[in-house]
Structure formats: C-alpha cells, structure tokens
Design a protein. Structure first.
Ligand code: ZN
Length: 369
C-alpha cells in the first residue's frame, strides 16, 4: 500500500463533512481556527433572509461560519404575532436551527449554530432549547445547537460559575458547548447589557486573569467551555476614540491559565463580542491571542437596511403605487418583496466578505467537498 502524503493526511484529519457541526466536530473546527491563526464571524440572524445571506457569503468566501440568534432575534424568527414571549423565543430559535440544519450542507461549508446572551431571566429559554435538543439526540439526530451562551457577568463570579456548573453537564451529555462571559461587555443587546458610564479602568469591565483561571478550573472538567472576555469591547458602534480596545487583556488571561496548567499553548478559546466597527489591527491582535469567534450584529443590521434603503430611493413610486397614476406603468416587478429583500441580502453578503478577510478565514473552510 502506498504511503500517503503527510500533508494530505493532516488535511483529512482536520476536514469535516459540510453542514452543522456539534460535539467533537465543533471542537475540531474551533481547534482548526486557533491552529490556523484565524477566527470565524458569528453573525446574528433574525429570519431566513439573513440566514441565507450568511450561508451565501460563507460559501462565496469558502469559509466556515457561525450563525447565532439573540433572544429577540429568535422571537422575531417565530413571528411577532405570537403572544407568549417564552414560547416564541424557544420555537423561533428552534425554527432558525432547523432551517440551517436543512440547508447548510448544500452550501458546502461547516456551520456552528449558537444562541447569544442569556442572562438570569433568560435561562428558561436555554433550558427549553436543551429539552428540544435532548429529544433530537434521543431520536438519533444531532442536537439543535452547537453551543449556547449563558451571560451572568452582571452577577457575582460565584453565582456566574455556579449556574454554569449546573447547566454544563446537561449540555455536555448531548454534545453542546457552553460560552460564558467574564467581565462585562459594554453597550446593550436585546435588553441584556451594561451602560458605559463606569470608569473605563473599572476591573469589572476588563476580564481579570485570576477570574478566568478560577472559571476554567471549575467548569472545564464538566464540559466544553469557551469564554467571552471583556477587553474594552462594546455592543453597537460608537464614535472612534470612545472605546479603547485592549486585546493584551486576552493575552494576560491565556498566559495566566497556561502557566497554571504548565502548558505553553493557548488553552482558552476566546470570543470577541461587539466586533462591529472595530479597528482591523485590534481584531488581528485578538485573534493572535486565541479568539476563534467574533460576533457581528450591528454592521449586518446596517448593511441590510442600507441596501434596502438605496433600492427604495431608486424606486420611490413603487412603494406608493401599484400602477403609476400618471404614466399607468405597472410597478409589480419593483415592489415584489423578493426584489428589495434580495438587495438587502446582497448588501449583507458584501459586508460579510470584509469580515471574512479581517478574520483571516476566507478560503480556510475545513469542509470536505
Ligand atoms: Zn454580545
């Protein structure tokens, strides 16, 4: 039997079938990002238009991608007409996940499915989704999501870790990872967040290496954990100069934990919240220090609106009349929602191309196609 070329073996060992990745495969993808020195955009979606635009952008850029929804995004996915907010959040997130499970393979890339911030009052949302994933796994199918975020950064470290330790074994049992937050991300997202009035040097705003080590020691034996660390990042887009990103904070945590473990690698898998509008060199530094996931929400919202806005300006009458009252020209081919929603999708695809380049993940998909 011929000896295989070592580089092809390495490639095969790190390649995965296209589609949603969970459990071991999720960890394989995340480790490939860290080993390859790149990160994936985690894009907040609110409906099939944004989901499809993210999949299209990932396929076009030959990159794997992370699709996530906030509790508000999940609710919107279910339809604002559903009265029961809890039910809508659970069903909307499940609907989003099932849509992605159905389509991802066809786009030929690996997709991580995730839910964004869940503070104390949103824990039942995550538990509702875990119940649905348990039913999937019991029927021989993968869980709905690759990972969930629990954000108790507004509470004491004791309470934060205790609640994560309660939920993590249940998640680990069905191959779901946990993203925790240590230190708080400024700004606000769907009612979860913190204002920026605190002193910028407030220890609470910047993740402390000793807190990271403690969380790591207590949680990593229970399941797979990733960490959203605060290094001056905020949700939303602020005027340049208002926010000082300090990615070296991430390096300090990596070094502190690596030293305690007696390893010289980067043991932590870090998440960058509030990536919209960040300076390119700070993004690169964060990736160098172990960030494998950067959340993008605000910039994608703007891209969609900007695209549609341009279309409306170009064809204003089509949004007021079915037939032009003066010329009797029919406007059907302009007001058909597929026309202007598609313009919004294309605008999102264009904005995401920039993210794939910034994060160094373009052309790096590990999907075996
Ligand atoms: Zn966030």
């Amino acid at each position: 039997m011929p000896v295989p070329d070592p580089s092809s073996v390495r490639k095969a060992a790190h390649s995965l079938p296209p589609g949603v990745v969970t459990g071991r495969d999720y960890i394989t993808l995340l480790e490939a990002c860290k080993a390859g020195g790149y990160a994936l955009p985690a894009v907040n979606v609110i409906g099939t238009n944004t989901v499809n635009a993210v999949l299209e952008a990932a396929a076009k850029n030959k990159s794997d991608v992370i699709i996530q929804c906030s509790n508000g995004g999940a609710r919107f996915f279910a339809g604002e007409g559903l009265a029961d907010a809890h039910e809508a959040r659970v069903l909307g997130a499940a609907s989003m996940a099932r849509h992605v499970h159905t389509l991802a393979k066809a786009y030929g890339v690996c997709v991580i499915l995730h839910t964004d911030h869940a503070d104390r009052k949103l824990i039942p949302w995550v538990e509702g989704l875990l119940e649905l994933s348990e039913a999937e796994v019991a029927s021989g199918r993968p869980p709905l999501f690759s990972s969930h975020m629990i954000d108790l950064s507004a509470e004491s470290l004791d309470d934060n870790i205790a609640e994560c330790a309660r939920l993590l074994p249940r998640m680990a049992k069905i191959g779901i990872s946990l993203e925790i937050e240590l230190g708080v991300t400024g700004g606000e997202e769907d009612g979860v967040g913190h204002d920026l009035d605190d002193n910028a040097d407030n220890a609470h705003l910047y993740t402390q290496p000793e807190d990271v080590l403690r969380a790591w020691n207590e949680l990593s034996p229970l399941g797979h954990v990733t960490i959203a660390a605060s290094f001056g990042n905020v949700h939303g887009v602020y005027k340049p100069g208002n926010v000082q990103l300090r990615p070296e904070i991430l390096l300090h945590s990596q070094e502190h934990v690596a030293k305690a473990l007696g390893s010289d690698a980067k043991p932590l898998s870090l998440v960058f919240h509030g990536g919209s509008g960040s300076e390119k060199e700070k993004i690169q530094a964060a990736v160098d220090y172990g960030v494998f996931k950067m959340n993008i929400d605000t910039d994608v919202q703007f891209a969609f609106a900007h695209g549609v806005g341009g279309y409306v300006e170009e064809h204003p009458k089509a949004f007021r009349y079915q037939i032009d009252p003066e010329t009797e020209a029919p406007y059907k081919k302009f007001y058909d929602p597929r026309k202007w929603l598609r313009v919004g999708e294309k605008s999102v695809v264009e904005r995401l191309e920039e993210a794939f380049v910034d994060l160094g993940c373009a052309g790096k998909s590990i999907a075996s196609v």
